[in-house]
Design a protein around this ligand. Structure first.
Ligand code: NAD
Ligand code: ZN
Length: 354
Protein backbone atom coordinates (compact mmCIF):
# COMPACT_ATOMS: atom_id res chain seq x y z
CA UNK A 1 0.00 0.00 0.00
CA UNK A 2 1.35 3.45 -0.88
CA UNK A 3 0.08 7.01 -0.70
CA UNK A 4 -0.87 8.91 -3.83
CA UNK A 5 0.15 12.54 -4.21
CA UNK A 6 -1.03 15.15 -6.68
CA UNK A 7 1.41 17.45 -8.49
CA UNK A 8 0.82 20.23 -11.03
CA UNK A 9 3.37 19.80 -13.79
CA UNK A 10 4.57 21.71 -16.82
CA UNK A 11 4.64 19.13 -19.61
CA UNK A 12 5.66 21.46 -22.46
CA UNK A 13 6.11 25.23 -22.87
CA UNK A 14 2.85 27.22 -22.86
CA UNK A 15 0.68 24.12 -22.39
CA UNK A 16 -1.69 24.24 -19.40
CA UNK A 17 -0.14 22.61 -16.35
CA UNK A 18 -1.57 19.15 -15.81
CA UNK A 19 -2.34 17.53 -12.49
CA UNK A 20 -0.64 14.18 -12.25
CA UNK A 21 -0.84 11.50 -9.59
CA UNK A 22 2.16 9.54 -8.41
CA UNK A 23 3.41 7.52 -5.50
CA UNK A 24 4.44 9.69 -2.55
CA UNK A 25 8.22 9.19 -2.21
CA UNK A 26 9.77 7.64 0.90
CA UNK A 27 12.74 9.74 2.11
CA UNK A 28 16.10 7.92 2.32
CA UNK A 29 19.37 8.92 4.02
CA UNK A 30 19.58 12.72 4.30
CA UNK A 31 16.25 13.28 2.54
CA UNK A 32 13.14 14.83 4.06
CA UNK A 33 9.55 14.57 2.83
CA UNK A 34 7.67 17.84 3.32
CA UNK A 35 3.88 18.11 3.12
CA UNK A 36 3.49 21.37 1.21
CA UNK A 37 1.31 23.88 3.03
CA UNK A 38 2.02 26.88 0.87
CA UNK A 39 4.05 27.59 -2.26
CA UNK A 40 4.70 31.04 -3.73
CA UNK A 41 3.82 31.83 -7.37
CA UNK A 42 6.87 33.63 -8.75
CA UNK A 43 7.32 35.40 -12.06
CA UNK A 44 10.18 32.94 -12.70
CA UNK A 45 7.56 30.16 -12.81
CA UNK A 46 6.10 32.06 -15.77
CA UNK A 47 9.46 32.11 -17.56
CA UNK A 48 9.75 28.35 -16.95
CA UNK A 49 6.22 27.88 -18.30
CA UNK A 50 6.99 30.01 -21.38
CA UNK A 51 10.07 27.86 -22.00
CA UNK A 52 12.75 30.51 -21.64
CA UNK A 53 13.94 34.08 -21.75
CA UNK A 54 13.73 36.83 -24.33
CA UNK A 55 17.28 37.78 -25.34
CA UNK A 56 16.15 40.62 -27.61
CA UNK A 57 16.47 40.88 -31.40
CA UNK A 58 14.09 37.93 -31.79
CA UNK A 59 16.48 35.63 -29.91
CA UNK A 60 15.24 33.29 -27.20
CA UNK A 61 17.18 31.41 -24.51
CA UNK A 62 15.45 28.07 -23.99
CA UNK A 63 15.38 26.71 -20.46
CA UNK A 64 15.88 23.22 -21.91
CA UNK A 65 19.29 24.41 -23.18
CA UNK A 66 20.08 25.35 -19.58
CA UNK A 67 19.27 21.86 -18.31
CA UNK A 68 15.54 21.98 -17.58
CA UNK A 69 13.72 18.75 -18.44
CA UNK A 70 9.96 18.66 -18.95
CA UNK A 71 7.75 17.49 -17.39
CA UNK A 72 8.73 19.40 -14.28
CA UNK A 73 6.81 20.41 -11.16
CA UNK A 74 7.42 24.15 -10.65
CA UNK A 75 7.45 25.99 -7.32
CA UNK A 76 10.61 27.11 -5.53
CA UNK A 77 9.05 29.02 -2.60
CA UNK A 78 8.07 26.03 -0.48
CA UNK A 79 6.76 26.00 3.09
CA UNK A 80 5.32 22.94 4.77
CA UNK A 81 5.33 20.40 7.54
CA UNK A 82 7.87 17.60 7.86
CA UNK A 83 5.99 14.39 7.11
CA UNK A 84 8.81 11.84 7.13
CA UNK A 85 12.63 11.77 7.40
CA UNK A 86 15.49 9.57 6.18
CA UNK A 87 17.80 7.64 8.57
CA UNK A 88 20.61 10.25 8.58
CA UNK A 89 18.47 13.29 9.30
CA UNK A 90 19.20 15.19 12.51
CA UNK A 91 17.85 18.39 14.01
CA UNK A 92 14.59 18.07 12.09
CA UNK A 93 11.67 16.00 13.30
CA UNK A 94 8.24 15.01 12.02
CA UNK A 95 5.77 17.85 12.44
CA UNK A 96 8.35 20.70 12.18
CA UNK A 97 7.16 23.65 10.11
CA UNK A 98 9.90 24.50 7.62
CA UNK A 99 10.94 26.81 4.81
CA UNK A 100 12.93 25.14 2.02
CA UNK A 101 16.11 26.65 0.57
CA UNK A 102 15.55 25.75 -3.11
CA UNK A 103 18.80 27.01 -4.73
CA UNK A 104 20.60 23.71 -4.43
CA UNK A 105 24.05 23.40 -5.99
CA UNK A 106 26.48 20.61 -6.87
CA UNK A 107 28.41 21.05 -3.60
CA UNK A 108 31.76 20.86 -5.44
CA UNK A 109 32.26 24.05 -7.45
CA UNK A 110 34.02 27.21 -6.11
CA UNK A 111 30.67 28.92 -5.36
CA UNK A 112 29.23 25.93 -3.47
CA UNK A 113 32.47 25.56 -1.47
CA UNK A 114 32.01 29.04 0.01
CA UNK A 115 28.31 28.50 0.69
CA UNK A 116 26.91 30.27 -2.37
CA UNK A 117 25.01 27.31 -3.81
CA UNK A 118 22.69 29.81 -5.52
CA UNK A 119 25.60 30.65 -7.86
CA UNK A 120 26.60 27.03 -8.58
CA UNK A 121 28.08 26.11 -11.97
CA UNK A 122 25.72 23.13 -12.24
CA UNK A 123 22.58 24.14 -10.34
CA UNK A 124 19.91 21.66 -9.26
CA UNK A 125 17.39 24.23 -8.00
CA UNK A 126 14.05 22.87 -6.84
CA UNK A 127 11.09 23.84 -9.00
CA UNK A 128 13.45 24.43 -11.93
CA UNK A 129 15.93 21.58 -12.48
CA UNK A 130 14.18 19.14 -10.15
CA UNK A 131 10.58 18.90 -9.00
CA UNK A 132 9.34 21.67 -6.74
CA UNK A 133 6.40 22.58 -4.59
CA UNK A 134 3.29 22.75 -6.81
CA UNK A 135 2.45 19.43 -5.19
CA UNK A 136 1.00 17.77 -2.10
CA UNK A 137 4.52 16.71 -1.10
CA UNK A 138 8.08 17.78 -1.92
CA UNK A 139 11.11 15.53 -1.47
CA UNK A 140 14.01 17.63 -0.15
CA UNK A 141 17.42 16.08 -1.03
CA UNK A 142 19.07 17.07 2.26
CA UNK A 143 17.84 18.28 5.67
CA UNK A 144 20.53 21.03 5.57
CA UNK A 145 18.30 22.96 3.12
CA UNK A 146 15.53 23.38 5.70
CA UNK A 147 14.99 26.24 8.13
CA UNK A 148 12.38 26.14 10.91
CA UNK A 149 9.65 28.77 10.76
CA UNK A 150 9.44 29.17 14.55
CA UNK A 151 6.39 31.38 14.46
CA UNK A 152 6.62 33.04 11.02
CA UNK A 153 3.31 32.86 9.11
CA UNK A 154 3.59 30.02 6.54
CA UNK A 155 2.12 31.96 3.58
CA UNK A 156 4.34 34.97 4.29
CA UNK A 157 7.43 32.78 4.75
CA UNK A 158 7.22 31.37 1.19
CA UNK A 159 8.47 34.62 -0.29
CA UNK A 160 11.61 34.55 1.86
CA UNK A 161 12.99 31.68 -0.25
CA UNK A 162 13.01 33.68 -3.47
CA UNK A 163 11.46 37.12 -3.79
CA UNK A 164 12.61 38.24 -0.35
CA UNK A 165 15.98 36.53 -0.64
CA UNK A 166 16.69 37.99 -4.07
CA UNK A 167 15.61 41.44 -2.96
CA UNK A 168 17.84 41.14 0.12
CA UNK A 169 20.98 40.26 -1.90
CA UNK A 170 20.23 42.96 -4.47
CA UNK A 171 19.62 45.68 -1.86
CA UNK A 172 22.82 44.68 -0.03
CA UNK A 173 24.73 45.11 -3.32
CA UNK A 174 23.01 48.43 -3.95
CA UNK A 175 23.94 49.59 -0.44
CA UNK A 176 27.68 49.09 -0.98
CA UNK A 177 28.14 52.77 -1.90
CA UNK A 178 25.95 54.02 0.98
CA UNK A 179 23.37 55.58 -1.35
CA UNK A 180 21.61 58.81 -0.48
CA UNK A 181 19.04 58.07 -3.22
CA UNK A 182 18.07 54.51 -4.15
CA UNK A 183 15.74 53.82 -7.08
CA UNK A 184 13.77 50.56 -7.03
CA UNK A 185 12.24 49.65 -10.39
CA UNK A 186 9.24 47.28 -10.35
CA UNK A 187 6.84 47.08 -7.40
CA UNK A 188 5.86 43.44 -7.89
CA UNK A 189 6.60 40.48 -5.65
CA UNK A 190 10.33 41.24 -5.59
CA UNK A 191 10.16 45.02 -5.68
CA UNK A 192 7.78 45.38 -2.74
CA UNK A 193 10.07 43.18 -0.66
CA UNK A 194 12.96 45.33 -1.91
CA UNK A 195 11.27 48.49 -0.63
CA UNK A 196 10.75 46.99 2.84
CA UNK A 197 14.28 45.62 3.01
CA UNK A 198 15.80 48.91 1.81
CA UNK A 199 13.79 50.67 4.48
CA UNK A 200 15.10 48.28 7.12
CA UNK A 201 18.80 48.04 6.19
CA UNK A 202 19.76 51.28 4.35
CA UNK A 203 19.69 55.01 5.13
CA UNK A 204 18.71 55.83 1.54
CA UNK A 205 15.73 57.83 0.35
CA UNK A 206 13.75 55.29 -1.67
CA UNK A 207 12.22 56.12 -5.05
CA UNK A 208 9.98 53.34 -6.40
CA UNK A 209 9.02 53.07 -10.08
CA UNK A 210 6.24 50.99 -11.68
CA UNK A 211 3.51 51.29 -14.34
CA UNK A 212 0.71 50.53 -11.91
CA UNK A 213 -0.53 53.17 -9.46
CA UNK A 214 -2.07 50.62 -7.11
CA UNK A 215 1.28 48.86 -6.73
CA UNK A 216 2.96 52.22 -6.25
CA UNK A 217 0.52 53.08 -3.46
CA UNK A 218 1.43 49.83 -1.72
CA UNK A 219 5.12 50.68 -2.20
CA UNK A 220 4.49 53.95 -0.42
CA UNK A 221 2.79 52.15 2.48
CA UNK A 222 5.80 49.80 2.65
CA UNK A 223 8.20 52.71 3.07
CA UNK A 224 9.02 54.25 -0.34
CA UNK A 225 9.69 57.99 0.08
CA UNK A 226 8.74 58.80 -3.53
CA UNK A 227 6.82 56.88 -6.19
CA UNK A 228 7.00 57.51 -9.94
CA UNK A 229 4.76 56.05 -12.63
CA UNK A 230 7.06 55.35 -15.58
CA UNK A 231 4.13 55.56 -18.02
CA UNK A 232 4.56 59.32 -17.71
CA UNK A 233 7.04 60.55 -20.30
CA UNK A 234 8.81 62.89 -17.87
CA UNK A 235 9.56 60.12 -15.34
CA UNK A 236 13.37 60.44 -15.74
CA UNK A 237 13.25 64.21 -15.21
CA UNK A 238 11.10 63.76 -12.10
CA UNK A 239 13.58 61.28 -10.67
CA UNK A 240 16.53 63.57 -11.50
CA UNK A 241 14.88 66.47 -9.73
CA UNK A 242 14.21 64.37 -6.59
CA UNK A 243 17.93 63.49 -6.67
CA UNK A 244 18.96 67.18 -6.68
CA UNK A 245 19.69 67.05 -10.41
CA UNK A 246 22.68 64.71 -9.89
CA UNK A 247 20.92 61.37 -10.23
CA UNK A 248 20.52 58.27 -8.07
CA UNK A 249 23.49 56.70 -6.29
CA UNK A 250 22.05 53.21 -6.77
CA UNK A 251 19.34 51.64 -8.91
CA UNK A 252 17.95 48.12 -8.45
CA UNK A 253 15.95 46.99 -11.47
CA UNK A 254 13.52 44.16 -10.71
CA UNK A 255 12.09 44.33 -14.25
CA UNK A 256 15.25 44.73 -16.34
CA UNK A 257 13.65 45.15 -19.76
CA UNK A 258 14.66 47.71 -22.42
CA UNK A 259 12.38 50.54 -21.20
CA UNK A 260 13.45 50.19 -17.56
CA UNK A 261 17.15 49.69 -18.35
CA UNK A 262 17.10 52.90 -20.40
CA UNK A 263 15.53 54.68 -17.45
CA UNK A 264 18.18 53.20 -15.10
CA UNK A 265 21.06 54.59 -17.15
CA UNK A 266 19.29 57.94 -17.55
CA UNK A 267 18.98 58.49 -13.80
CA UNK A 268 22.19 56.84 -12.55
CA UNK A 269 24.64 59.42 -11.23
CA UNK A 270 28.42 59.53 -11.51
CA UNK A 271 29.98 56.68 -9.44
CA UNK A 272 26.51 55.09 -9.46
CA UNK A 273 25.76 51.46 -8.83
CA UNK A 274 23.27 49.54 -10.99
CA UNK A 275 21.99 46.13 -9.85
CA UNK A 276 20.06 44.15 -12.47
CA UNK A 277 17.71 41.47 -11.17
CA UNK A 278 14.62 41.04 -13.40
CA UNK A 279 14.49 38.45 -16.16
CA UNK A 280 11.93 40.19 -18.35
CA UNK A 281 14.60 40.18 -21.06
CA UNK A 282 15.48 42.06 -24.21
CA UNK A 283 18.59 44.03 -25.06
CA UNK A 284 19.69 47.65 -25.23
CA UNK A 285 22.54 49.63 -26.73
CA UNK A 286 25.06 51.02 -24.25
CA UNK A 287 26.99 54.23 -24.61
CA UNK A 288 30.37 52.69 -23.81
CA UNK A 289 32.27 55.87 -23.13
CA UNK A 290 29.76 56.85 -20.44
CA UNK A 291 30.66 53.85 -18.30
CA UNK A 292 34.29 54.86 -17.62
CA UNK A 293 33.61 58.60 -17.63
CA UNK A 294 30.88 58.18 -15.02
CA UNK A 295 32.76 55.30 -13.38
CA UNK A 296 29.55 53.36 -12.85
CA UNK A 297 29.24 49.76 -11.64
CA UNK A 298 26.83 47.34 -13.30
CA UNK A 299 26.19 44.02 -11.58
CA UNK A 300 23.74 41.16 -11.60
CA UNK A 301 22.12 39.54 -8.58
CA UNK A 302 20.75 36.01 -8.53
CA UNK A 303 18.71 34.85 -5.50
CA UNK A 304 20.82 34.46 -2.33
CA UNK A 305 22.44 31.87 -0.08
CA UNK A 306 21.10 29.81 2.81
CA UNK A 307 22.53 32.08 5.51
CA UNK A 308 20.81 35.10 3.97
CA UNK A 309 17.52 33.19 4.02
CA UNK A 310 17.96 32.46 7.73
CA UNK A 311 18.73 36.16 8.38
CA UNK A 312 15.53 37.09 6.55
CA UNK A 313 13.48 34.64 8.60
CA UNK A 314 14.81 36.40 11.70
CA UNK A 315 13.75 39.80 10.29
CA UNK A 316 10.28 38.41 9.57
CA UNK A 317 10.05 36.95 13.09
CA UNK A 318 10.79 40.42 14.53
CA UNK A 319 8.05 41.91 12.35
CA UNK A 320 10.52 44.06 10.34
CA UNK A 321 9.39 42.36 7.13
CA UNK A 322 5.76 41.83 6.21
CA UNK A 323 5.51 40.08 2.85
CA UNK A 324 2.34 41.11 0.98
CA UNK A 325 0.30 37.97 0.20
CA UNK A 326 -2.80 39.11 -1.64
CA UNK A 327 -4.21 35.94 -3.17
CA UNK A 328 -4.54 32.24 -2.40
CA UNK A 329 -5.31 29.39 -4.82
CA UNK A 330 -5.60 25.62 -4.49
CA UNK A 331 -3.52 23.24 -6.61
CA UNK A 332 -6.29 22.74 -9.20
CA UNK A 333 -6.29 26.50 -9.80
CA UNK A 334 -2.55 26.70 -10.62
CA UNK A 335 -3.18 27.72 -14.25
CA UNK A 336 -5.40 30.59 -13.12
CA UNK A 337 -2.73 31.65 -10.63
CA UNK A 338 -0.09 31.85 -13.38
CA UNK A 339 -2.49 33.62 -15.79
CA UNK A 340 -3.37 36.17 -13.11
CA UNK A 341 0.31 36.88 -12.46
CA UNK A 342 0.95 37.23 -16.19
CA UNK A 343 -1.95 39.69 -16.48
CA UNK A 344 -0.35 41.73 -13.63
CA UNK A 345 -3.40 41.12 -11.42
CA UNK A 346 -1.41 40.08 -8.36
CA UNK A 347 -0.42 42.63 -5.74
CA UNK A 348 2.73 41.41 -3.97
CA UNK A 349 2.66 37.62 -3.95
CA UNK A 350 0.09 34.93 -4.62
CA UNK A 351 0.44 31.51 -3.01
CA UNK A 352 -0.92 28.07 -3.78
CA UNK A 353 -2.13 26.04 -0.81
CA UNK A 354 -2.15 22.45 -2.16
P1 NAD B 1 5.89 40.47 -10.71
O1 NAD B 1 5.17 40.08 -11.92
O2 NAD B 1 5.31 40.21 -9.35
O3 NAD B 1 6.26 42.04 -10.72
C1 NAD B 1 6.73 42.73 -11.85
C2 NAD B 1 6.41 44.22 -11.64
O4 NAD B 1 7.06 44.96 -12.67
C3 NAD B 1 4.92 44.54 -11.72
O5 NAD B 1 4.56 45.35 -10.62
C4 NAD B 1 4.78 45.29 -13.04
O6 NAD B 1 3.76 46.28 -13.00
C5 NAD B 1 6.15 45.94 -13.15
N1 NAD B 1 6.55 46.24 -14.54
C6 NAD B 1 6.48 45.44 -15.63
N2 NAD B 1 6.96 46.09 -16.71
C7 NAD B 1 7.36 47.31 -16.28
C8 NAD B 1 7.93 48.44 -16.92
N3 NAD B 1 8.20 48.44 -18.24
N4 NAD B 1 8.19 49.54 -16.18
C9 NAD B 1 7.92 49.56 -14.85
N5 NAD B 1 7.39 48.52 -14.20
C10 NAD B 1 7.10 47.41 -14.90
O7 NAD B 1 7.32 39.75 -10.85
P2 NAD B 1 8.34 39.31 -9.69
O8 NAD B 1 7.92 37.97 -9.17
O9 NAD B 1 8.54 40.46 -8.78
O10 NAD B 1 9.65 39.05 -10.57
C11 NAD B 1 10.27 40.13 -11.26
C12 NAD B 1 11.34 39.59 -12.20
O11 NAD B 1 12.43 39.12 -11.42
C13 NAD B 1 10.90 38.40 -13.07
O12 NAD B 1 11.50 38.50 -14.35
C14 NAD B 1 11.45 37.22 -12.31
O13 NAD B 1 11.64 36.09 -13.14
C15 NAD B 1 12.76 37.79 -11.86
N6 NAD B 1 13.40 37.11 -10.76
C16 NAD B 1 14.75 37.20 -10.70
C17 NAD B 1 15.43 36.57 -9.67
C18 NAD B 1 16.91 36.69 -9.57
O14 NAD B 1 17.47 36.02 -8.72
N7 NAD B 1 17.59 37.49 -10.38
C19 NAD B 1 14.72 35.87 -8.69
C20 NAD B 1 13.32 35.81 -8.77
C21 NAD B 1 12.68 36.44 -9.80
ZN1 ZN C 1 11.22 33.10 -7.66
Amino acid sequence: IFLIMKSARITAPNEPLSISESETPKPQGDQVLVKVGSVGVCHSDLHLWEGGYDLGDGQFMKVTDRGVKYPVTPGHEIVGTVEDIGDNVSGIVKGDQVLVFPWIGCGECPACKVGNENLCDAPKSMGVFQDGGYSDYALIPNFKYLAKLDGVDPDAATSLACSGLTAYTAIKKANQNSPEFLVIVGAGGLGLMGVQIANAITDAKIICVDLDDQKLNTAKEMGADFVINSKESDAPEKIMSICNGKGADSVVDFVNAPPTAKLDFAVLRKRGNLVLVGLFGGSIELSLVTIPLKSITIQGAYTGNYDDMVELLALARKGTLNPVISKRYNLDECNTALEDLKARKILGRAVINP
